[in-house]
Design a protein around this ligand. Structure first.
Ligand code: OGA
Ligand code: NI
Length: 383
């Protein structure tokens, strides 16, 4: 196995007198002993994320980022496209808009929205703010590095680093914004103001979307709002560094989202998001000005499987960095949390509930402990 000897151990950071030796892709095929847990821990302790690996000049993907070939297959289906729904005429063409939302949510579980009212400058500034944070000095980012469950502001690489079968080529700044926002000083100065402004627009748009979805389910417009679906938001601000061997890993593994609904702002030029439809991956290319909306697990549960929480993933990319901001609607952070189950108005004509009533903290705990392992968390809550 001479490849082993051609591959120098990767020296993470001599500046800190702290050497991280990780096995890389070339060594993976050799029969050297491999202590995965130790390498993961050493990587985590650098607190510099995947960006730190790139900054240190790594040219091969460390072994714990490598996914089985079959989960990375990049064959895509070009026959389908995620629908784009124009929200400009939402009042004058209400019925048509609701119908398009219903159809997209029942089939793809995804749609994009145009003319959604979030100003372009706010979107641009948000991506710039996240980029500034992620590209700041490691010393600055380290202040926010944690895996603490109750923190409102946390930065790390792979929330499920210690539990998922393979790590993702991605770093994340995670912000719990509503219903109890962090103090301004708790946020990094690089993105402080824009995070609050962007979040304000997310909540406004979220309320409009929950009205459309309530109507799509045949309920009164404020039904989902009254069930507090738009009350809690968290922002997952992702940074996908360029990857030297994108065929070996993923930016984000296949998963469905845990909350009620997600509003995703994608990078302006670098793609990689894919949605599973009829067992095929469909690309969702960057679409300037649009936001991507997807139904998440709890709304599938509440709609008793009428609306679909569909699996999606992000490919790793040689170009980059790719940035994205996912706004998750999920109220489990609220102390007044209540259980959620299939909505009783939808259980007419002898339809039986498919799911149990679940408390959101219970759901989130299960989702997080499982990690992104490619399986749906919803199955666990079936009757
Ligand atoms: C997520 C997600 C997609 C992206 O955060 O749940 O699916 O493009 N993100 O980053
Ligand atoms: Ni997602």
């Amino acid at each position: 196995m001479d490849s082993l000897y051609h591959c120098r151990p990767f020296n993470y950071s001599e500046r800190e007198n702290h050497t991280l030796i990780v096995q890389t892709s070339k060594q993976t095929m050799s029969n050297t002993s491999y202590d995965r847990a130790k390498e993961i821990k050493a990587f985590d302790e650098t607190k510099a994320g995947v960006k730190g690996l790139i900054d240190a000049g790594i040219t091969q993907v460390p072994r714990f980022f490598i996914h089985p070939t079959e989960t990375i297959s990049t064959s895509t289906d070009h026959q389908f496209q995620i629908p784009v729904i124009d929200m400009k005429d939402i009042d004058t063409k209400r019925k048509e808009t609701v119908e398009r939302v219903r159809e997209a949510s029942e089939t793809f579980g995804f749609f994009q929205v145009a003319n959604h009212g979030v100003p372009k400058e706010v979107m641009d500034k948000m991506l710039d703010g996240i980029k500034s944070f992620m590209e700041d000095e490691v010393e600055e980012k380290k202040k926010y590095h944690t895996r603490g469950p109750n923190k409102k502001v946390l930065y790390n690489s792979n929330f499920d680093l210690y539990t998922s079968p393979a790590a993702n080529w991605r770093d994340t700044l995670f912000l719990r914004i509503a219903p109890e926002p962090p103090e301004a000083e708790e946020l990094p100065s690089t993105c402080r103001e824009i995070v609050f402004e962007y979040s304000f627009h997310m909540q406004k748009l979220g309320e409009v979307l929950f009205e459309l979805l309530s109507e799509a389910l045949g309920l009164k417009p404020d039904h989902l709002k009254e069930m507090e679906c738009s009350k809690g938001i968290a922002l997952a601000c992702h940074y996908y560094p360029p990857c030297p061997e994108p065929h070996l890993t993923l930016g984000t593994s296949k998963h469905s989202d845990p909350g009620f609904l997600t509003i995703l702002m994608q990078d302006k030029s670098i793609g990689g998001l894919q949605v599973l439809h009829q067992n095929q991956w469909i690309d969702v290319p960057p679409s300037p000005g649009c936001l991507v909306i997807n139904i998440a697990d709890l709304l599938q549960l509440m709609s008793n499987d009428k609306l679909k929480s569909v699996e999606h993933r992000v490919l790793a990319n040689k170009d980059g960095p790719r940035l994205s901001v996912a706004c998750f609607f999920n109220t489990h952070y609220s102390p007044s949390s209540r259980p959620y189950g299939p909505i009783k108005e939808l259980l007419t004509d002898g339809r039986a509930p498919i799911y149990k009533q679940v408390f959101l903290d219970e759901f989130t705990k299960y989702y997080n402990s499982k990690g992104l392992d490619g399986k749906s968390a919803l199955d666990h809550f079936k009757i």
